[in-house]
Design a protein around this ligand. Sequence first.
Ligand code: SF4
Length: 393
Amino acid sequence: MIKKHYKNVKTIKKNTQLMDYYFMGKYHFSPYMACEHGCIYCDGRAEKYYVEGDFEKDIVIRRNLPDLLAQKLPSYREKGTFLIGSGISDPYQPIEAEEGLMRACLSHLSETDFSVSIMTKSTLALRDLDLLDTINQRSRCLLMVSLVFPTDEYRQIFEPRASTVEARLEMIKQFKARGIPVCVLAMPLLPGISDDMASVNLLFDKLKALKVDVVMPGGLTLRPGKQKDYFLDTIESHFPELLSTYQKIYKGNYPSGSPENWYVGKTMPAIYEALTQREIPTFVPHYVYKNAYPKYDELFILLKHMKKLYQYRDVSIEPLKRADSAYRKWYTTHKAVFNRKRSMTQEALEQELWYALNDPLSSVLSGNPKLTNFMKNAVFDAGIFNYTTLKLE
Ligand code: SF4
């Protein structure tokens, strides 16, 4: 039986510092706290998140969120993506069918030029396809679906109340049919259960067939305390032969819940290689986020992604590292001024970046003229960097 706890929130989180180039949220909210889906591995069970009561049953409902959003939207000085949901609360968990907070929030966002990314394991997102389509056409919507099993066999044990694997794959198909980009969060891949290459290859083949735009793989973290104990109890009841393997992989009991390095080194390279072979990017590609952020944020994200992309191909990244470091200095200094000067606009800071990129004496990208021209095309003009061919198109 679900217990509802209605609360009002005062703020919507806003990232005014360095952009997170992985999930790329500039603004962030979750309509609910805790999660009915009850995934056995969920990080939200950890003490770190201070979820009170039963994680799967005591659901906090942030009732005033749509009104707060409507009130705040006109005051934001910078465009950017609203990242909705998190790894500890699904915005489309079943309670949303009754409460409708997501639909109300999306309705406000669909009247603006803000882009949206939604993290979910639920096909209830299909209910709002009309609004998400409008947002995608006006700015950009990215559906981020979490999927770690290629079939439903283990999903029933580990993600008991989330949508089935088949239903999630069908949802991806429907979003893609509307031209909405899809990112699959293939995390957490579970040691001995879904991290073997047969399972990973089967999942990636299905995702490739659906033409997903990006797949982000990741391993399991087990924070010492409630989360780890709960997960290992499930392993003991369903896969007792794997218990000692888990104890070895997580013997460090690190506060972050990270596995031992030897396990990461043994599994992750082959998983990334399987994605490279299928030409599936592991970062949100440039065509998805182009023009969704201020130019100075877009340049920051693109540089970070390029560094990683060339590194994976074993290409020397020394010039990129120098440029990234020089730009980080420019970016942090100028953003600090922007944050202090409330009268300054996004356009004014973009203009400063444009002047800096056109100044022959500027060191904004470590005085690298080839890269500077490239970035002017990619960020200020129509160029789009292709994450598969590594070419500007
Ligand atoms: S859907 Fe996400 S937030 Fe909800 S229980 Fe599962 S992992 Fe946690």
